[in-house]
Structures are given as C-alpha cells and as structure tokens.
Design a protein around this ligand. Structure first.
Ligand code: HEC
Length: 257
C-alpha cells in the first residue's frame, strides 16, 4: 500500500542521516549527507518524495486529517524543518488518571476535513475541542534535521548518561523513559516525541502517518513495522540491569575532514 511504503521510505530517509560520514562542504538543511551509497541516495530521494507528496481523497485522506503531507508542517528553512503550525491535544483527568477522551477523537485533534472541493460527496466538519476537555495544549512543529543521529545512538548510551548524571550528585539528573517498542515488542529507551515516549524514528513516522491521515487503516501499521530492522536491539530492561560503562563523553560521530 502506498502510505505504508511512504512510512518506510520516510523512516529510511531519516535513518540515513546517520548512516554516512561527511566529506567536503557541510550539507545544507534538507540535503542528504555527502558520501551516501547509491542505494542510500535512492532511499533518501524516495523518502523525500513521499515526505513532500500530498495525499488526496483517492488515497484515503479524510474525513478528518491534520495535513496533506509531512512537508506541509515540517518545512522551514527547508523540507524536514519546523514551522509555526501547531497541533492540539486535549484530555481530562478521570479517577486521578489522564483520560485522552478517545470517544471524542482525543487526544490528538484533526483540525482539517475533506469537502466537496476535494472531490468528497459531503462537506465534513473538522474536529474541535469537546466541552469535556479540561486539558488543552498546542504543540509547535519542531525541525527533524539530524534526528537520524539520535536514532543511531544505542539505548545503552542513554542509560550510561543518566547514571553519569546521577553520580555527579549535583541535584539534577535525567532518567531514561523506558517504553515498549511496538515494532519489536521489546522495552527500549524513549528518544522522540514531546515526552520521549517513542523509541525510534520508524515508529514515530508510522504514528505520524496514522494520526495525520487517520483513516489509513491501523492494520497497515503492523505491515509498516514488519519491515523495521529493529529487532537486533537489546531490550532496555536488560540494558538497565547491566552495569553501565560510564564515559564522560557523548559518542563520537564519524566525520571525515
Ligand atoms: C499538522 C502538522 C504536522 C504534520 C502534517 C506532520 N507533523 Fe510531524 N510533528 C508535528 C508536531 C507539532 C510535532 C511535535 C509533536 C510531539 O512531539 O508531540 C511533530 C513531531 C514529529 C517528529 C518527532 C520529532 C522529535 O524530535 O521527537 C517526527 C519524527 C515527525 N514529526 C515526523 C513527521 C512525519 C513523517 C510526518 C508525515 C507523515 C509528519 N511528521 C507530519 C507537526 C506535524
């Protein structure tokens, strides 16, 4: 299916940012790193095309959605960047627990809808914040440049950094948010999303597709994930149990002069 391929290509596109060493001129925003193999360049180009391509009613867009393409929001100063576009999340507290109000389409609002102008037989109404919501937040579109590097950092490094911070004893220390990676079923370090709740770019891209163009059937999602080459990762629970090798430096990024 087309969107499934799109997600795979986007994830590959993002991961490739980490895949290769740089050569002469530094790449500009939105460019691939220099030194990619022919197949990596091809995957980058495919991913960029899908990231830019606008979905329509015939692709399954609607009745409600947030954007017609990824680049519609992630665009400044180049494709893959950020923008002033906001998304809205809402919810409430029920019995002391966060309640995403899924019965009203929460927690993420789809604030656009297809109309006759899109070739729909009906003018649909976008979602709005329901009266039951007591929590409403707006999140601005962040740039995605360089996140392939973050994706490539092993989970172990995050545990080591957290342990290092705790060891300093200066009153501030981060904790790794351990989450379930739906692509592997394993526990992993959360690296992406507002609350580090997403373990990899691959999973985030799949989620972005499902939440941006919601009618894409959830059943396509596992299909996306089957292609993930993530099962070589070690479960974060196992990593946390190991004695972390503490190093005061962030991992070196391979770079040619
Ligand atoms: C309507 C605007 C909009 C569209 C369309 C959109 N995004 Fe986003 N994107 C956002 C916002 C806002 C965030 C931050 C939200 C959050 O983390 O909860 C975000 C976050 C992300 C992140 C995580 C960044 C990080 O540092 O953790 C990735 C990866 C991403 N988007 C990829 C995509 C892909 C792939 C698509 C297309 C399928 C897409 N986005 C479509 C607005 C958008």
């Amino acid at each position: 299916m087309r969107l499934a391929t799109a997600g795979l290509a986007i994830a590959t596109f993002a991961s490739l940012v980490a895949a290769s060493a740089a050569s002469d001129a530094p790449p500009q925003f939105g460019d691939p790193l220099p030194g990619l193999t022919a197949s990596q360049s091809g995957a980058f180009a495919d991913g960029k095309t899908e990231f830019n391509s606008a979905e329509g009613v015939n692709d399954g867009l609607g009745p409600v959605f947030n954007g017609r393409s990824c680049a519609e929001c992630h665009s400044v100063p180049a494709v893959g960047g950020g923008s002033e576009r906001l998304v809205t999340r809402f919810g409430t507290t029920t019995n002391g627990q966060f309640d995403p109000l899924a019965q009203f389409g929460g927690s993420l609002i789809q604030d656009h809808a297809i109309t006759r102008a899109d070739g729909s037989t009906h003018n649909f109404a976008p979602e709005t914040v329901p009266a039951a919501a007591t929590i409403v937040v707006h999140r601005r579109t962040p740039p995605l440049f360089g996140l392939g590097y973050v994706d490539a950092v092993p989970d172990q490094t995050f545990f080591a950094l957290a342990a290092l911070e705790a060891q300093r004893g200066d009153g501030t220390a981060g904790r790794v948010n351990v989450v379930t990676n739906v692509a592997t079923g394993l526990q992993s370090a959360g690296k992406f999303g507002w609350k580090s709740q997403v373990p990899s770019l691959f999973v985030f891209s799949g989620d972005a597709i499902v939440t941006t163009y919601p009618p894409v059937p959830q059943s396509a999602y596992p299909e996306l994930l089957r292609h993930a080459d993530l099962d070589k990762r070690v479960a974060a629970g196992d990593l946390a149990a190991r004695k972390p090798k503490i190093t005061p430096h962030l991992p070196k990024v391979r770079r040619k002069r």
